[in-house]
Design a protein around this ligand. Sequence first.
Ligand code: MUC
Ligand code: MG
Length: 367
Amino acid sequence: MKIVAVEAIPFAVPYRKPLRFASGEVHSADHVLVRVHAEDGVVGVAEAPPRPYTYGETQASIRAVVDTVFAPEIVGLSVFERERIHAVLDRTIGNPTAKAAIDMAVWDVIGRRLGVGVSELLGGYTDRMRVSHMVGFAPDDVMVAEAQRMRDEHGVTTFKVKVGRRPVALDTGACRALREALGPDVELYVDGNRGWTASEAARALDEMADLGLTLSEELMPADQVLGRRWLTARTTVPTVADESATRPGEVTRELLDGAATMISIKTARTGFTGSQRVLHLCEGLGTEVVMGNQVDGQLGTACTVAFGAAHRHTSARAGELSNYLDMSDDLLTEPLRISGGELRVPGGPGIGVDVDPDKLAHYRTDT
Ligand code: MUC
Ligand code: MG
């Protein structure tokens, strides 16, 4: 079943409130909808969220690379030649979310064509994941109120707190306020988006030693090679590599270097095909993983839960699946719903969700 066309459609959905973190902030979901058309009329979809401050991709660069580089390379291949498609896309190093969206849209075509959910095709381990919510920078009382609302309205009891500000007391104070307000039963972990130095990170972790943090993610830049090794060796809080480990080779380097003890898998940057490579590598190396959030919309979140629920290893921990709730609207015909702290894999064939043509017409920015 040959691919006949690949479209990259920019759209913009405003956020109700911005998400702020050490490397940037998001006010609007300026994403790209990727549609892969197959010869029998089946269309697969996925979304690419540009993160200029993380990977250097922009909405314009994603459109351009899909239109002028990737689409010409894969049009004419069959959707069942997934390894060939992966090999073609993998010839270049960059453009992770553009490639990931193409990969996932191809899987969506396959699932729709077979009438089977992608999550079942990938592994079918379970049909849901526990949800972890990312709390961005804000005054302490606002961060606490957001976490309490997520717990009260959606049953969420796992929170990833954004850190990496200076002075570190801003963040250690926020984490303390969250622990005091939410009590001992919620899980708290932190993500610095490379904001601190090794010594700042060490001081912050020492100051928070009594808060029962379960993970610490990307507290300092990836190229602080010895600093990361030193911090990982001296802390009892497992260190998670996220944007420093976006490809299997980087994952291997981070882990064997002693620079990280766990890996964040994001379908938004490794698709389904690349994410399975990272997952199986981590399983082979005996390393835990967490399903991360690239500040995804609902389509991206559906991809994350489809992949996360498909495997035992990825569904063991809560996945970061809730920040689409900050968006004022979305593209799907049926919204995702988090309840009892869980998100179920959408039930339809493929990724299991459909784009509403009226919403797309309203939010697309190219017409
Ligand atoms: C995360 O886990 O870091 C923020 C920036 C980015 O690249 O991803 C998000 C969340
Ligand atoms: Mg992160």
